[in-house]
Design a protein around this ligand. Structure first.
Ligand SMILES: Cc1cc2nc3c(=O)[nH]c(=O)nc-3n(C[C@H](O)[C@H](O)[C@H](O)COP(=O)(O)O)c2cc1C
Length: 173
């Protein structure tokens, strides 16, 4: 039994999620960063996982394109879809999943969810830091983070238990 995980990442959090997931999956697992190498033919894999992160509401174009051009083949297999992002409302997550992977594939998927995201400040460029500080203010206003957030400290909302739950569903699929 072979599983392929194809993911896109900008600052490494989706990659960390993909690796955490790979450790929890049964059988052989192959990881492909779609920004560095073209994914292999899907024929040799029983299950396929796709992962991406969200910037200004959008997933990486490479993963969107991969999904759309392999849609029919993907729908023939058990599929898992994950996002690394800061959205925490179900409706926002669903919209982001459908935008990244197509509504059709989200409906087909055995598991589709957001694992949470991370702000690793030393990896962000000047403009990204500005945006994170603006987002931090919103978070403080909405009381979304315990104790508030200063916009300077690294933060991670990546959920170990969400990744384990996702792995359990894929192992049973
Ligand atoms: C400039 C910027 C814009 C972002 N925009 C969004 C967004 O629109 N929605 C969201 O849920 N998360 C957003 N995030 C959070 C990222 O999705 C999160 O940091 C994710 O873990 C990044 O994963 P990566 O390192 O694999 O690219 C944004 C982060 C940055 C730095």
């Amino acid at each position: 039994m072979k599983t392929l995980i194809v993911y896109a990442t900008k600052h490494g959090t989706s990659e960390e999620c993909a690796k955490m997931l790979a450790q929890r999956l049964e059988g052989e697992v192959e990881l492909v960063n779609i920004k560095n190498s073209a994914p292999p033919s899907l024929d040799g894999y029983e299950k396929i996982i796709l992962g991406a992160s969200i910037y200004a509401g959008n997933a990486q174009p490479e993963i969107k394109e991969f999904c759309r051009s392999n849609l029919e083949k993907l729908k023939e297999k058990p599929v898992g879809l994950f996002l690394s992002c800061m959205f925490d409302e179900e409706s926002q997550i669903r919209a982001a999943l459908e935008n990244a992977f197509t509504p059709e594939l989200v409906s087909h998927a055995a598991a589709a969810c957001a694992f949470g995201g991370a702000f690793k400040m030393n990896r962000l460029n000047f403009f990204e830091k500005l945006i994170v500080k603006m987002v931090a203010k919103e978070y403080q206003k909405n009381g979304k983070l315990d104790g508030g957030y200063d916009g300077k400290t690294d933060i991670s909302t990546v959920s170990d238990s969400k990744i384990s739950e996702f792995a359990k569903i894929i192992n049973a699929a």
